[in-house]
Design a protein around this ligand. Structure first.
Ligand SMILES: C[S@@+](CC[C@H](N)C(=O)[O-])C[C@H]1O[C@@H](n2cnc3c(N)ncnc32)[C@H](O)[C@@H]1O
Length: 206
């Protein structure tokens, strides 16, 4: 890991992912988590404040970047729930089959290199009847925005830690064998349009 990824990127991600419009999105998704939870790409722990301690037993925080785990220390100390770090990537979830009630995935599917293998792992560890709660930015519905997403993506990926602007999030999730039970989407306000289109909802395994 280079100096940029270790020392600079975590601050940039923490600041941009802490924007008010994104916090509102977290509020719509994270409080729905229950039981044993796996959060994939926990980052700087910006979701932690939104977990409901009456519903959540334990959160496994999977996060491969040491810089992000360091940046999460403050949010971790204030977390209303117990958290166990898993310092591995989403492609290598070290949990038993059918062992978690909820998988939480926010603003991370865009970044996971082998997202198909990571989604297969999430599906593997989810108990029957469990939920994948997701909130991700991705491919916009308007061709004019999509064109800019395609143009800028190669440069964006380099400065934004591997983040892709234009993944078709609902398709990625359903192609991994999940059924989407609830899906909402919109452009977030006060956000550059190329990174503003959000998809959020709930998926399960039938
Ligand atoms: C934009 S941040 C979002 C962090 C957090 N989920 C949030 O909502 O604030 C993307 C996160 O994905 C993590 N990441 C990168 N590659 C990953 C992988 N292969 N598996 C899991 N997480 C990964 C990054 O280290 C970073 O913390």
């Amino acid at each position: 890991m280079g100096l940029y990824e270790r020392y600079i990127l975590p601050h940039i991600i923490d600041m941009s992912c802490g924007a008010p419009a994104i916090s509102k999105q977290r509020e719509k998704v994270v409080p729905l988590a229950e039981g044993r939870v796996l959060e994939v790409g926990m980052g700087s722990g910006l979701n932690l404040a939104y977990y409901n301690p009456d519903k959540v037993d334990l959160v496994f925080g999977l996060e491969p970047s040491e810089g992000m785990r360091q940046k999460a220390r403050k949010n971790l100390a204030a977390a209303p729930v117990e958290v166990k770090w898993l310092d591995l990537p989403g492609e290598e979830i070290p949990l038993q089959d059918k062992s978690v009630d909820t998988v939480v995935l926010t603003y991370t599917l865009c970044t996971i290199a082998d997202f198909r293998s990571a989604l297969a792992g999430m599906r593997r560890v989810l108990k029957p009847g469990g939920a994948l709660l997701f909130c991700e930015h991705g491919e916009a519905p308007d061709e004019s925005v999509r064109r800019w997403q395609r143009r800028i993506n190669p440069f964006w990926k380099v400065i934004a830690g591997g983040c892709n602007l234009n993944r078709p999030i609902p398709e990625n999730i359903t192609e991994a064998g999940f059924t989407i039970d609830k899906l909402e989407s919109m452009y977030l306000p006060n956000t550059p349009k190329i990174a503003a289109f959000n998809y959020w909802g709930r998926a399960s395994v039938r």
